[in-house]
Design a protein around this ligand. Sequence first.
Ligand SMILES: C[S@@+](CC[C@H](N)C(=O)[O-])C[C@H]1O[C@@H](n2cnc3c(N)ncnc32)[C@H](O)[C@@H]1O
Length: 216
Amino acid sequence: MNQSVEAGQAVYTKKTLFIYDLWVLGFSNSFLWKCPTKNLRNTFKKHSTVNHLDVGVGSGYYLDKCLSDIERRVALLDLNMNSLNAAATRINRFNPEIYCDNALEPLNTRCEKFDSISVNYLLHCLPGSLQEKGIMFKHLDKLLNDKGMLFGSTILGKDSNYGYFAGKLMAIYNKKGIFDNASDDLTSLESSLNKYFQNVNITVIGCVAIFNGQKI
Ligand SMILES: C[S@@+](CC[C@H](N)C(=O)[O-])C[C@H]1O[C@@H](n2cnc3c(N)ncnc32)[C@H](O)[C@@H]1O
């Protein structure tokens, strides 16, 4: 595996996943990225279906907080087994399917397709320009049923609205390879999404772009 792809997921250890909700979803979203997590929960609730795949699962927070306890199919896809284990344990009530795969490569995952796919805070961890890492949309599109919806969010590092401390932290994350979003802007996100989806919507809150698009 390419070193920068490895770096984008390596930080998710058992320890960092333990504090992820507090640090990222509690503190950073509100005070650094200026997009309180409530906005992302609302998007998740609005677009997730009873046949859903979450990609780049982290701690499994949105699946836990936003999916009602009805009978549903939930699947998890991530490159990192720590994330997969943490999320799967957290939502074991849904008996999730688990796929360990790299979203930047043609997927090895062979399974029935989904009606909705979420990709929250994954793009800014992936290496390359948005044009290059947008290849992920092509791979995920193959797992979407007709009329299926892909939705998610990403932190924009270029031409976006963040303060001094957020900028400093983003620079450190980029240096360490935890983020790779220094050239990610709204225009390239839009063109990347439009390449693979129709009816694309993007809303920017703080420096977070929240997006969705439908299978063509
Ligand atoms: C910042 S976390 C996002 C967690 C969650 N979606 C959220 O919004 O809170 C990024 C996740 O993407 C995963 N990841 C990073 N690179 C990946 C890749 N190339 N393919 C699949 N998953 C990847 C990481 O292991 C981690 O679980």
